[in-house]
Design a protein around this ligand. Structure first.
Ligand SMILES: Cc1cc2nc3c(=O)[nH]c(=O)nc-3n(C[C@H](O)[C@H](O)[C@H](O)COP(=O)(O)OP(=O)(O)OC[C@H]3O[C@@H](n4cnc5c(N)ncnc54)[C@H](O)[C@@H]3O)c2cc1C
Length: 474
């Protein structure tokens, strides 16, 4: 079935009355992917988030790698969903214009112990369904990465590991969900939930009033355990694991050709060097277990640790200018797998513990969650086509508006540059401000256009960008 009217996007005031068939709490990359998948159903769907924008939690601050899942725990739910998610998101990115560059990864061994770990990792890759990973000797590593620091003893070559734009991914899901009919309610924090455990609708108490829903999905990221407790479940607890990163200027991009991964240790994937689709180079992340779920600050110790590790991997990188530093919080649970649980009696699904692979796995998680909802009685018959979307390109490997003579001839606004560092045009800013899911702040506008994201961090264009933002708001 085709033919849909778009959903509403609200940012304040009372919520619409009546009853939703399904409500998804949390509009990160996971919640938006679920809302998009649900949009296929001819039902009344809501997506709510406490923030003023989609993708404003962990989903905006990660290392932006589309993982193959070669190093997941074989047989785990995460292994299956990452592998499937990689396939689904690669295809979706091509269809919608999300920038992806399949650079491949080299997992570099720097000592004998790490070298000895490579055959085990290669076998693990095979158990995870990746037959193309192979061990390469030191000479080949050097030939493929000439600027690598001295002392690399060999590497596991993992084709298929890719870099992706995490912001466009979340926005594509949200845009497609809304355009196909999902209602998106922002600035809407779920504070309490009333469910008597029977098949009557659940009532969510939010700062914008009550919302009634027949089925509920908890995709609240770092707060998924808190939402779970409101419904009487306490089978996992989130410990925020901070990952600090350094972004190097685009002049560093020529130093590195692959995603350079370390051999993983006990605290996760370790510190990597990776290009971004925007043409920068990332160094990070750290892995620090914290108590505070809001502490996305960078620390002198964290950045010093990254610089020390980075100096060994790619010494010339440390001579380059730093554009920015940032940190994201992984929703770690102490378990090596996702905490996705169905509670059919409450018509409720928890999507917890989506730690360090949620961007990659998002579409597969969404399909899995809809299956679980169906087992809990969600009617899934009579699916309709999603409204097609084509996202603005933020990637350097693809044609950007300021370089597109034909586009500029048709609409000169694409030839008027506002942000010179990132070469963002008035046309792109205008489009983002008028889009189906518009930004709630200049920071949200940056995630849609890259404006203010370059080496001057908005020093030159900040006022002009803010003026355009304020004007659109009026
Ligand atoms: C440093 C770092 C590096 C990473 N690198 C990668 C990578 O390279 N590749 C990869 O695939 N993954 C990576 N990840 C993991 C990935 O970023 C996460 O798995 C993913 O973003 C999780 O998305 P989410 O939607 O579950 O959570 P979030 O993005 O945090 O979304 C949850 C949303 O719920 C909302 N919310 C919370 N409580 C409430 C409430 N009470 N009411 C309403 N709304 C609420 C929040 O506002 C938030 O927007 C990385 C993570 C980190 C931190």
């Amino acid at each position: 079935m085709t033919g849909t009217t778009g959903g509403a996007v609200t940012t304040g005031g009372a919520l619409p009355g009546g009853e939703y068939d399904v409500t998804v709490v949390g509009a990160g990359v996971v919640g938006t992917a679920i809302a998009r998948e649900l949009a296929r159903l001819p039902l009344r769907i809501a997506l709510v988030d406490a923030s003023d924008d989609v993708g404003d939690g962990t989903s905006k601050a990660n290392t932006a790698i589309l993982h193959t899942g070669f190093d997941a725990v074989p047989g785990s739910l995460e292994s299956r969903l990452v592998r499937e998610g990689h396939r689904l998101l690669s295809a979706y990115a091509a269809e919608t214009g999300i920038p992806v560059e399949p650079l491949g990864a080299l997992l570099v061994a720097w000592d004998e112990e790490q070298l000895a770990a490579l055959p085990g990792l290669a076998r693990k890759a095979v158990r995870n369904g990746h037959r193309s990973a192979r061990i390469i000797p030191a000479e080949e590593v050097r030939a493929r990465e000439p600027r690598l620091g001295p002392g690399a003893l060999g590497a596991l070559d993992v084709p298929g590991e890719s870099i992706i734009c995490p912001w466009t991914t979340t926005l594509a899901y949200a845009t497609q969900a809304v355009r196909t009919g999902v209602d998106l309610h922002l600035n809407c924090r779920v504070q309490d939930i009333t469910s008597d455990g029977t098949r009557t609708p659940t009532t969510l108490t939010t700062n914008r009033g009550a919302l009634r829903t027949r089925h509920l999905v908890n995709a609240a990221g770092l707060y998924a355990d808190a939402i779970d407790r409101l419904l009487g479940h306490a089978d996992f607890a989130v410990t925020p694991r901070r990952g600090q990163l350094i972004v190097f200027d685009e002049l560093a991009r020529g130093l590195v050709r692959h995603i350079l991964l370390p051999v993983p240790g006990a605290l996760g994937k370790g510190v990597l060097v990776s290009p971004t689709v925007y043409g920068n180079v990332l160094l990070g992340p750290t892995a620090e277990d914290l108590d505070d779920r809001t502490d996305t600050g960078s620390t002198a110790e964290g950045l010093a640790l990254l610089r020390e590790k980075g100096r060994r991997i790619l010494p010339a990188l440390l001579e380059e200018e730093v554009t920015a530093v940032y940190a994201g919080l992984r929703a770690a649970t102490g378990d090596e797998d996702y905490a996705i649980r169905a509670h059919p009696a409450q018509r409720y699904v928890t999507v917890g513990g989506i730690r360090s692979t949620g961007l990659t796995a998002s579409m597969a998680i969404a399909a899995h969650v809809v299956e679980l909802l169906a087992e809990g009685g969600l009617p899934v018959a009579g699916t309709r086509d999603l409204v097609p979307v084509r996202m603005p390109n933020l990637g350097e490997a693809f044609l950007r508006p300021y370089r597109d003579a034909e586009l500029i001839a048709r609409d000169p606004e694409y030839g008027r540059i506002v942000c010179h560092c990132e070469r963002v045009t008035r046309g792109e800013i205008r489009d983002a401000l008028a889009s189906a899911v518009p930004p709630g702040s200049p920071d949200g506008l940056r995630r849609r256009t890259r404006a203010r994201g370059g080496r001057c961090q908005g020093f030159h264009c900040g006022a002009a960008v803010r003026a355009l933002f304020e004007e659109a708001r009026r």
